[in-house]
Ligand binder design. Sequence first.
Ligand code: T5A
Length: 214
Amino acid sequence: MTQADALTGKLFTFEGSEGSGKSTQIELLADELEGMGHEVVVTREPGGTEIGEEIRHLLIHNSAGDAMAPETELLLFAAARAQLVRQVVIPGLEAGKIILCDRFLDSTTVYQGAARSISSDPVSYINQFAVAGITPDLTFILDVPAEESIARVKRRVTDLPDRMEQENVDFYKKVREGYLLLARSLPGRFHVVDGTRDLKDNQEDILKTVLEHI
Ligand code: T5A
């Protein structure tokens, strides 16, 4: 029996720019699936483990992060992911659970690769090393224009925005384009959702698509 045969669960990941609606949709989907009797694990990146949450703090909230080199950022995101995969994702899949992960390896491809312009070879190699052969069964991209993403972040922010949220509109545009390019290059794994549509419509679309995969 191969490792893939032992992984009877499903991994669904959610991608998109800040404020695109990932967490909202994950919460709604988790409630629906649990109501149907499925065992669901909700997790996020960076984070999802004690080690990963420490790394998250360093990456996103620590003021020392302002001086962080893009290469350091890449390795820290990968470190958090390596821990999450081994501590949460693989055991969950082995136990037949449905894992809903807020961001996964595609965030690195897009943010560190497309938006921060680190070349694709190290990004791809480091991503593969971190995920240990685990590929999402399906990835939802919540697609929103850069301006809408920024507006939603601004509405939410009561204090100073975190480090990643201080990027300008061009950065958000590169992120959006990066995701749409990925979706075009791997149409079988990605399902693009219009993140400006009504919440309820997206909820129905996502649930229907997930049910077709489980
Ligand atoms: N990062 C991460 C990298 O650079 N590389 C990596 O490898 C990884 C893993 C993570 C940061 O790290 C970067 C990317 C990020 O910059 P985070 O704080 O976890 O930072 O940020 P996000 O994952 O982007 O989470 P957000 O909370 O910002 O966005 P969500 O979860 O997409 O949005 P959500 O659901 O909180 O919704 C935002 C607002 O929009 C409303 C909601 O009610 C909420 O107010 N909303 C809608 N409004 C209208 N219509 C809809 N359809 C709506 N859906 C939601």
